[in-house]
Design a protein around this ligand. Structure first.
Ligand SMILES: CC(C)[C@H](C(=O)O)[C@@H](O)C(=O)O
Ligand code: SF4
Length: 760
């Protein structure tokens, strides 16, 4: 319901205001979550938490689960059960745990036999589960994708997944409003992927930290929903909490008729509301960035961070020309990893592998644009000798759609490998991986070290550029596949039939799962009202000990703990995986000369990082879990990525941000092997040898929770009546959000009523 305020509001302000259940004086709000997507990697520990506290899932009707990260993308002809189909034992265990959990908690699930299975961020929009004006979360950083519909969509860690499952709410502080406007006309051959890579090159991977980005201007207005999703998807690579595009006719046309979109009168009501969802004239943005569309040309990454971009016409940068020593060191490190020589023209770089897929670029338009390049190259075009080019559609329905259009035939004839849906080589939790040293042109979103396979080298590109590289065997300017000859080749090629997504959406009603009563494994927890369920959060008061210095910028969570360690059902036992690629030699498995392998840092309790944006990238809570397991309770850095900061505090760990100068001073103490003492009560870091303590600030609520070891879920459950009141209002004002299309309704959480009042 639009609130009566006079000041002009942004789209983000409006959605935020419409979801506040309760707000504290310090601005910390309890916000309602309309849609929750669940996958196998970040949910097992969350379900286990519910089980041991005897809590049900509050809104199964607003929750949708699928398997995507671990599953093989080979033919499913011989698929009988997930147990026999997924060969790798840890991957299998995660998939099976999800299947057990969805049964036990009564959730709708698209399993491997369901043609609607696919990457969470592809199936949500495809089904109309994602709608304008909603809040949408998932234990996955690329939840930002759903913001393309004008929703507030963001990734969360596993503790927060548990929080949403139990309460359908989250504790959040509002972020900043940031607007990125791209106006003007894009050159031919420039796609949404080039636009977002260019943006990240301009603002950097920390540019959006603490902000929600609204993408505005004629370029995004002119984009399809698929293109808007690719842009919003990579908001996380720009460091933002979320990205969004105001809904318009393009959005409504995409959603009309989708299985879970509102129907009939509900649609009319919904559409009228959705039309109010745009930033008001004069609304205030904290940060404004303006980009001229004409400045963008097909863009590609050269290094190991998504901000390492260069036009395809450019060359590998030369670190010796960089004045900032941290930047120079990080560029040198990237080039060594990437096996590249400064000043090499990008188009001279040979590739071994091509990956067209991922939640960024695996939708029908992406496949069409790749197929067009293949056709433009001529009738006998083949993938270059020695190159393996893989195409992985984002969902089973996209695969069917592409096959109905004849795209698969174009690809197969040219020698591409046409696979089944899943995350695949975007992060290689399944067998689709790069071998050490292999170089890949990839339509995914992350080029971190080891991301697609240990020692693998990734260049991020658009689907059209990936197809061009597949054909030439080198990074290639896609504009070489444009013009009169290309057009006549396309015209002379096979007649492709344009199909509509609605032709493949014949399942209007989702199965209605009958929830089994959640089983309770802890004998005492079931007898307790939720607020008294034992808190698992350890207190943080004072931590004194060895501090390890680290001089790396943009330490990403793939670096903190690589994908092979995500296949666990537990929150513990991850110390061995911490900074694995920096600590262990991939060939011998022996310790490398990394700081945490040396005395006295092997006993570190504190990590002092002098580079900004610590913990960027994926939402994996495994990152703080592994630090914690190693014994590190406090990380000091100039700045943190939002999800990592939240995840750490959910685990009784303290992320402290202080100036880069102070970080450098502390790193010097650490290098001398001197102990530091972090005092949360006094909010200061005490240094050895009588040096002045360094003060820091923490959010008052988080500080209170850490000092007392309080568990967020128990605290939120005390707000049971406010949540119920909100739900009643929600049903009256936005009735289409009550699990429209599902047969099962909500499950009431009677236990919340008896909850004992706790310190909030
Ligand atoms: C597994 C999940 C936590 C992770 C994410 O949050 O992004 C993954 O999807 C990724 O892309 O690295
Ligand atoms: S980024 Fe890759 S691994 Fe993560 S959800 Fe998207 S496709 Fe899956």
């Amino acid at each position: 319901m639009p609130t009566a305020v006079s000041a002009p509001r942004t789209l983000y302000d409006k959605i935020w205001d419409d979801h506040v259940v309760d707000v504290q004086d310090d601005g910390l709000a309890l916000i309602y979550i309309d849609r929750h997507l669940v996958h196998e990697v970040t949910s097992p520990q969350a379900f286990e938490g519910l089980r041991s506290a005897g809590r049900p899932v509050r809104r199964p009707d607003c929750t949708l689960a699928t398997v995507d990260h671990n599953i093989p993308t080979i033919s499913r002809k011989n698929l009988t059960t997930i147990e026999s189909f997924v060969e790798e034992p840890d991957s299998r265990a995660q998939c099976m745990a999800l299947e057990d959990n969805v049964k036990e908690f009564g959730l709708t699930y698209f399993g491997l036999k369901d043609k609607r299975q696919g990457i969470v961020h592809v199936i949500g929009p495809e089904q109309g589960f994602t709608l304008p004006g909603i809040t949408c979360v998932c234990g996955d950083s690329h939840t930002s994708t759903h913001g393309a519909f004008g929703s507030l969509a963001f990734g969360i860690g596993t503790s927060e997944v548990e929080h949403v499952l139990a309460t359908q709410t989250l504790l959040q502080k509002k972020g900043q409003n940031m607007r990125i406007t791209v106006d003007g006309d894009l050159h031919e051959g420039v796609t949404s992927k080039d636009v977002i890579l260019h943006i990240i090159g301009v603002i950097g991977t920390a540019g959006g930290t603490g902000s929600v980005i609204e993408y505005a201007g004629s370029v995004f207005r002119g984009f399809s929903m698929e293109a808007r999703m690719s842009v919003c998807n990579m908001s996380i690579e720009a460091g933002a909490r979320a990205g969004m595009v105001a809904p318009d006719e393009v959005t409504f046309n995409y959603l009309r008729g989708r299985p879970l979109s509102p129907k009939g009168e509900e649609w009319d009501r919904a559409e009228a509301y959705w039309r109010t969802l745009k930033s008001d004239e004069g609304a205030r943005f904290d940060i404004e960035v303006k980009i001229n569309a004409a400045d963008i040309i097909p863009t590609i990454t050269w290094g190991t961070s998504p901000q390492d971009v260069v036009p395809i016409t450019g060359a590998v940068p030369d670190p010796s020309t960089m004045t900032d020593p941290v930047k120079r060191a990080s560029a040198e490190r990237s080039l060594a990893y990437m096996g590249l020589t400064p000043n090499t023209p990008m188009e001279d770089i040979k590739v071994d592998r091509i990956f067209i897929g991922s939640c960024t670029n695996s939708r029908i338009e992406d496949l069409r644009s790749a197929a067009r390049v293949v056709l433009a190259a001529g009738p006998d075009t083949k993938v270059a000798p020695g190159v393996h080019a893989m195409i992985v559609p984002g969902s089973g329905l996209i695969k069917k759609h592409a096959e109905a259009e004849g795209l698969d035939a174009v690809f197969k004839r040219a020698g591409f490998d046409w696979r089944e849906a899943g995350c695949s080589m975007c992060l290689g939790m399944n067998p689709d991986q790069l071998a050490p040293g292999e170089r890949c042109a990839s339509t995914s979103n992350r080029n971190f070290e080891g991301r697609q396979g240990s020692g693998g080298r990734t260049h991020l590109v658009s689907p059209a550029m990936a197809a061009a590289a597949a054909i030439t065997g080198k990074l290639t300017d896609v504009r070489k596949f444009m013009g009169a000859t290309a057009d006549s080749n396309v015209a002379a090629g096979p007649k492709l039939k344009l199909a509509k997504a609605s032709e493949f959406m014949d399942d209007a009603i989702l199965p209605s799962p009958a929830p089994q009563a959640p089983s309770v494994t802890s004998s005492t927890a079931s007898d307790l009202p939720p607020s008294e369920a034992p808190s698992t959060v350890q207190k943080f008061i004072v931590v004194k000990g060895v501090a390890a210095p680290l001089h790396i910028e943009n330490v990403d969570t793939d670096m903190i703990i690589p994908k092979q360690f995500l296949k666990t059902l537990k929150r513990t036992g991850l110390a061995n995986g911490l900074f694995f690629t920096l600590r262990k030699d991939p060939h011998t498995g022996k310790d490398k000369d990394f700081i945490l392998n040396r005395e006295p840092y092997i006993r570190s309790k504190i990590l002092v990082c002098t580079g900004k944006n610590f913990g960027c990238g994926s939402s994996r809570e495994h990152a703080p879990w592994s630090l914690n397991d190693f014994g590190i309770r406090c990380i000091i850095a100039p700045s943190f990525a939002d999800i990592f900061r939240n995840n750490s505090m959910q685990n009784g760990m303290l992320p402290v941000s202080i100036s880069q100068e102070d970080c450098r001073a502390l790193a010097e103490d650490a290098e001398a092997g001197l102990e530091l003492e972090v005092d949360l009560e006094k909010e200061e870091i005490r240094r050895p040898n009588g040096k002045a303590a360094i003060p820091f600030k923490t959010d008052p609520f988080r500080r209170h929770c850490l000092l007392n070891g309080l568990d967020d879920i128990a605290l939120t459950l005390q707000r049971g009546s406010a949540i119920e009141e909100f739900e009643q209002r929600r049903s009256a004002v936005w009735p289409w959000l009550d699990g429209f299309g599902y047969k099962t309704g909500k499950i009431s959480v009677a236990a919340t009523k008896n909850a004992k009042k706790m310190d909030w």
